[in-house]
Write a protein that binds this ligand. Sequence first.
Ligand code: MG
Length: 514
Amino acid sequence: MLTRVKSAVANIMGGIMAGGTNGDNLGISDLPLKFPYMRPEFLGLSPDEIECSADHIARPILILKETNRLPWTTGYAEVINAGKSALNEDQACCEVVALKRRPAPSTPSHTPTTHRRSSLPNGEGLGLRESADSEGLVLHYWGLFDGHAGSGAAVVASRLLHHHIQLHLQEVQDILRNPAVLPPTCFGEEPNHHQHLSPGGAQRALTRAASLRGASGAPGSPSTPAPRFFTEKKVQHESLVIGAIENAFKDMDAQIEREKAVYNISGGCTALAVVHLLGKLYVANAGDSRAIIVRNGEIVPMSTEFTPETERQRLQFLGFMQPHLLGNEFTYLEFPRRVQRKEVGKRMLYRDFTMNGWAYKTIEDDDLKFPLIYGEGKKARVLATIGVTRGLGDHDLKVHDSNIYIKPFLSCCPEVKVYPLTQFEHGADDVLVLATDGLWDVLSNEEVAEAVTCFLGNCDPDDQNRYTMAAQDLVMRARGVLRDRGWRIANDRLGSGDDISVYIIPLLHGNKQT
Ligand code: MG
């Protein structure tokens, strides 16, 4: 076992054991690609430009061309890694998506494929371009995906996750359009959850729910059951959006798992997605990318990173409840260091899933197994294999040279945070910053907030490219410049050798949209 772990650790590249010689898994599978490797569609790069962008020595920073526009004049910049993988394993997507009032008859299931998106990346006021049957709500969407052990899962998720979100939101859009009435607890008439609610059906359900909540019938009247049978949670509209996004992530993950049988979809990816709908921003995160709002120079964190350390108790509890997942080779207990055989019978500090603090226990033979979570900070690993604990894909990822699967410990479920955009006044320099860990590994929230505030403060407020230039500035600060001793940033610190992708989304434009 020890040899196996040593071998695994020796092969770790970018937070995970490499699946191939360069982490891209290209050529390993005979199956066709679901989608070809690409850079974000909105960058509008030619094949030659894509090839040039993969220069690990020059590491050119790619930015949005002036002729290309993203919603809200969103800024974007990216740079490839310093050589840890042949391709840039980050992916990005930005869309304006119209929810259709009625699904097309040919829409049989939750399996979005390559059908053309319902919107264009540069389209403000896209609703005007939609067909007559799609005069539904319009949402804005930004996604960042950080791939590992290949770019396949990140590419697929960047092309399809927003379609899954669209499908789930379409199911509840009639309810969402009526904010004066709480969502009904139950729809009895339309058991097929894929079926779209007609306006009339939704209204009947709303009326029924209001009735169930006691809108008619005096308390204590013969037709009114006792109150104790009548308790009903009040679910808010925003919880329906959160639920839709959560289920979209699960569907995306399930689609990757299904389609791995027929396509080469390599590796896995973290996913950070932002949805703007009805005046609120929903920030969904599964992985170690990060979102912060910078408002009046103040920082509002909008995501939490999911790492072996931050998710220790969930992972330990899973190992405790389902010990077979540990393959009799790992222990769910945590010790401050590896336990040695000569320490059996002695007392050592430990903690389990119930504990934040530490206590002593007598060491037994079982405690000699390799810890489920091992290492600190960016070097922390689950099952000696992976450095993130939420994400999409990775269904066939196993502990090196074993039959122990990582997936049950690696969850596809995001955490969704809500920002009530319309409840705040925003200035032109108030922004939502989204970035992969390549940025946050070397710059703190405070450094990013200060850099963005300072940069935007020196820009012409009417310059449409100011947010892209600010994103470029952030990427430059995190990448640094190549010196004799590698990439260096301010104060001669080591720059980020990872792929770096940054969105800067102005919140003022979001206010205008609502
Ligand atoms: Mg990364």
